[in-house]
Each structure stands twice: as structure tokens, then as C-alpha cells.
Design a protein around this ligand. Structure first.
Ligand SMILES: *[C@@H]1O[C@H](CO)[C@@H](O)[C@H](O)[C@H]1NC(C)=O
Ligand SMILES: *[C@@H]1O[C@H](CO)[C@@H](O)[C@H](O)[C@H]1NC(C)=O
Ligand SMILES: *[C@@H]1O[C@H](CO)[C@@H](O)[C@H](O)[C@H]1NC(C)=O
Length: 460
């Protein structure tokens, strides 16, 4: 784990307090969960600590990247957390940084496939940036200058590139984890990749009213269920290799898979008002109870790794996405409010108690169930704490906007298909696999009517 420098030095009074009490921190994130101002103040402290990891806005640095060991996708997740932060608190401290980072990483096709990342980028990585763009559109986050890519347009670009990757050549469909054949994980079809696509499709359907998106959301949902990544009682496994037809399931259950489908289903419910979507939202929510502890009651934990201390870098942030998406779900499916809020509240309180580490007492632990700092620090767990603390403001903010109800972000249904001239040396694959994949993609593109140039085909 990366050691971080502390933003603040302890005060003399604080040092004295340590000497007198032996306490390990001079201050903690104090929060009264029933008080709006207190939640906002706590959110700011936690966010400030989170932003001490990020240096992309400094001259000569690289906007939209986090330092090692944090992967590129987590920076996309961070911008989503910052968009949420601004919307929940009204504090625009990090708005410019957010816009700068997202535009920088949008890449030539606006689909968050910048050249520096494409050699290792997975569908799930791309989706996390797409989520941030969607949140910006849904929350009317300040729009980029007119000559720059727009939030909705970027989300559509992500959708278009992913729809073209829908892959019926094995397991009956779904998205592969990796985009490119040369990456480990290309033969793995997984829930977060297909779920990310489902989430984006459902939210675009709600935002734009375009039925192409809702049809894709239906398709992605049905496949997740048919292949068995989602059980009949709404538990989500991690994925499976397509080499044996996705038969041998990796049955790890992560919080974020549940969350990514929850919010997608809530959008579909809000859009269609079909009982089946209401049942699905309810089912995911009920099944998600496994992620909340008995003691302390209703506190979220990553049960697949947290109790045995094996959560890897990426995994330390997952709980935050479930919290983020549960909060958003209360707006789109208000019938869930009474079930969700006690959990966000209990978890928010516990998370804030964990944020008492470091010299300034704002470093958050991984294990919120400890209700005190667990002596670990990590960017992702700091972001996760921010998400769950600020999500307690959800009943004080407006519902997401849509194209015809208050939305201001400009869309472009054809975004993302910009013909690219990639460097053949780094991006072309061996002929055989390229032919096979290319043919599959071509078929899909013809079905959904997306044009493409030869250059783009070989890029994708
Ligand atoms: C790609 O990497 C180069 C070299 O580190 C850097 O200068 C550039 O800003 C990066 N581009 C993006 C979009 O991050
Ligand atoms: C859809 O969302 C809006 C905004 O939050 C909410 O007022 C409305 O009740 C929701 N519709 C349904 C069917 O739940
Ligand atoms: C709906 O979305 C599809 C897929 O992106 C696009 O081809 C079509 O033009 C869109 N329709 C409208 C009316 O925007």
C-alpha cells in the first residue's frame, strides 16, 4: 500500500492532546447524521484527504491519472464521486479539476479510450468513466465549452463502443472483461463489464427516451440472467471463462455488482413502470442484505475479502459504488427509500467513525464495521467513505434531470465511432483472432446500424 504524505501538520494543541491522552489522532471526522451542515462538513474533510492523493491538476502532471498503485479506472470513479460531492454539498472546489481530468481522458473518440490506456483498458474500466459522464449529465454538472466533448455525448460514445463489442460468439453474448485480445482476461466474461453496460444503457434510456438504449438494457439483463451470472434470487457472481462456455462460474460476490444492476433496474422501473422492473429492484435490494452486518447493524462491508484482510487495491473502493447507487436508487424508485436509508445512515455513521486516522484525523479505514480507524489508508477506501457519508444528503437534492426535464447536456447518438488511425504496431492483433473478432463486431454493427471504417474496425 502506498504511503501518503499528510496534508496538514498536527497543531501544538493537538500534539499536547496526544501527549495527554495517548490518542492516535488529534481530530476526527465528527458528524451528526441528522444535520445537513454536519454531513457536508464531514464530507469536505474526507474529500480533502482523498484529494491529497491526486496531483493531476499540477502543471506538468497528467490530468485524470492517480499515482501508483491506483489504476486509471479509479480516477474515473473519483470524478464521479466529486460530481456527486458538488451536487450534494454545493461546494464547487473540485469542479474545474473534474472537468479538466475528464476532458483530458476522453480520448479522440470521446469514449474514454485515450491512447495511453488502450493497451490495458477493460470494458469495466471504460464504464467507470462513462458513469461519471452520465452523472454529470443527470446532475447538470457545469457543461464543458461548446467546442469540447459534452457529458451526454461521452456517455453515448461509451455506450456505442460497448454495444459494438457485444459478443454472441461465446456464452450466448455478454461483454468480455478485456477489450483487446492480447490482454489477460480477454477470455473472461464478467458481471461488472456487462453490468456496467446495462447501467449505462438504462440510464441513457431514461435520460434520452431513446428505445434503442432500453432494448439493449433488456438484452444485457436477460443475458446476465440466462448465463447464470445473476441467480434467480438476484445474487451476482463475478464471471466465468468463455473457453468452456461460461459454465465454471467464479462465485465471488462483490458489492458493486449488486449496485450496478440495482441502479440500472431502478432507471428501467422509472422509465417503463413495468412491474417486472419493480420486482427486480426489490429482489436485488433484498439479496444485497448479505453485504450489511448484523453487528453493528446495517453497516456495509465487503464480505468477500474484508474479514480476511485480502481486499486488493481496486476492491477497497467497491463498497462506495454500492452506496452511491443505492442513494440514486431512492430517487428513481422511491418505494425503496425506507429500506435503503437506514442502511446508508448506519453505514455513514460507522464510516465517519473510521475516518479518524492520520495526523489530521481524517484518514478513513477500510473496515467500517470496526467503527474506528483500522490503521490502514488507501485512496479507494477514502473515496468509498466519502460516497457513503455524502449519500446521506440524497433526500435533500433534486432528482436526476433528463433531456426533456431540465437536462442541458448536449448529446450525439453517433458519438464514439470516430474513425481512428491507431498505431498498427501497438494495436493490431494477430490476423486470425482479428478476423474472427472483426467479423463478429461487423455483424453486430450492421444489426444495430452503427457505421464504421476499416480503421476503426481494426482498432476495435
Ligand atoms: C499520455 O502519457 C504522456 C506521457 O506520460 C502524457 O504526457 C500525456 O499527457 C498522457 N495523455 C493522457 C490523455 O493521459
Ligand atoms: C421516477 O422518478 C421521479 C423522480 O425522482 C419520481 O418522482 C417518480 O415517482 C419515479 N417514478 C416511479 C414510477 O417510481
Ligand atoms: C437512438 O439511439 C441509436 C443508437 O445510438 C441511434 O442510432 C439513433 O439515432 C437514436 N435515435 C434518436 C431519435 O436519437
Amino acid at each position: 500500500m502506498r504511503a501518503v504524505g499528510h496534508a496538514l501538520k498536527p497543531s501544538w494543541a493537538g500534539l499536547l492532546a496526544i501527549l495527554l491522552t495517548g490518542a492516535s489522532s488529534v481530530q476526527a471526522v465528527q458528524m451528526n447524521i441528522d444535520d445537513e451542515h454536519s454531513i457536508k462538513a464531514a464530507s469536505k474533510k474526507v474529500a480533502l484527504n482523498m484529494m491529497s492523493y491526486y496531483t493531476g491538476m499540477n502543471p506538468g502532471d497528467n490530468p485524470g491519472n492517480l499515482p501508483d498503485p491506483y489504476y486509471w479506472w479509479e480516477a474515473g470513479a473519483m470524478f464521479n464521486a466529486l460530481i456527486d460531492y458538488w451536487f450534494y454539498t454545493g461546494d464547487d472546489t473540485w469542479n474545474d479539476i473534474t472537468q479538466q481530468g475528464m476532458l483530458w481522458q476522453a480520448g479522440d473518440n470521446m469514449a474514454f479510450m485515450p491512447n495511453n490506456q488502450t493497451k490495458t483498458e477493460g470494458n469495466d474500466d471504460q464504464a467507470f468513466w462513462g458513469f461519471a459522464a452520465l452523472s454529470a449529465a443527470e446532475r447538470n454538472f457545469p457543461n464543458p465549452p461548446a467546442d469540447k466533448p459534452q457529458w451526454l455525448e461521452m456517455a453515448q460514445a461509451v455506450f456505442n463502443t460497448q454495444a459494438a463489442r457485444w459478443d454472441p460468439s461465446s456464452c450466448g453474448g455478454g461483454l468480455r472483461w478485456q477489450i483487446f485480445t492480447w490482454n489477460n482476461g480477454y477470455t473472461y466474461k464478467n458481471t461488472i463489464s456487462t453490468g456496467g453496460f446495462f447501467n449505462i444503457a438504462a440510464r441513457l434510456a431514461k435520460y434520452t427516451g431513446n428505445t434503442t438504449y432500453s432494448q439493449w438494457a433488456e438484452k444485457a439483463w436477460d443475458w446476465t440472467s440466462d448465463v447464470g451470472f445473476m441467480t434467480p434470487d438476484y445474487h451476482f457472481w463475478d464471471g466465468a471463462s468463455d473457453l468452456d462456455g461460461c459454465k465454471k462460474m467464479n462465485k465471488i460476490e462483490w458489492t458493486y455488482n449488486s449496485g450496478v444492476y440495482l441502479l440500472g433496474a431502478a432507471n428501467m422501473w422509472n422509465l417503463t413502470e413495468e412491474p417486472k422492473w419493480k420486482n427486480r429492484v426489490q429482489g436485488i435490494l433484498d439479496a444485497g442484505a448479505v453485504f450489511f452486518a448484523e453487528h453493528p447493524k446495517d453497516v456495509l462491508y465487503e464480505r468477500a475479502c474484508e474479514t480476511v484482510n485480502t481486499c486488493m487495491v481496486d476492491q477497497r473502493s467497491f463498497k462506495g459504488y454500492l452506496a452511491r447507487w443505492m442513494a440514486a436508487t431512492t430517487q428513481l424508485a422511491p418505494f425503496t427509500y425506507d429500506q435503503i436509508m437506514p442502511k446508508l445512515k448506519a453505514t455513514g455513521i460507522a464510516a465517519a467513525k473510521s475516518c479518524s486516522g492520520g495526523d489530521d484525523g481524517t484518514t478513513c479505514g477500510m473496515k467500517w464495521i470496526d467503527e474506528k480507524w483500522d490503521k490502514t489508508r488507501d485512496f479507494g477506501q477514502q473515496m468509498a467513505a466519502l460516497e457513503v457519508i455524502q449519500s446521506n444528503l440524497i433526500n435533500r437534492v433534486a432528482a436526476p434531470v433528463t433531456d426533456d426535464k431540465g437536462g442541458t447536456s448536449k448529446g450525439n447518438p453517433d458519438a464514439g465511432n470516430v474513425p481512428k488511425k491507431p498505431d498498427p504496431a501497438t494495436l493490431m492483433r494477430p490476423i486470425t483472432t482479428a478476423d474472427r473478432a472483426g467479423a463478429g463486431i461487423l455483424t453486430v454493427m450492421m444489426i444495430i446500424g452503427i457505421g464504421g471504417s476499416a480503421g476503426w474496425l481494426c482498432w476495435d
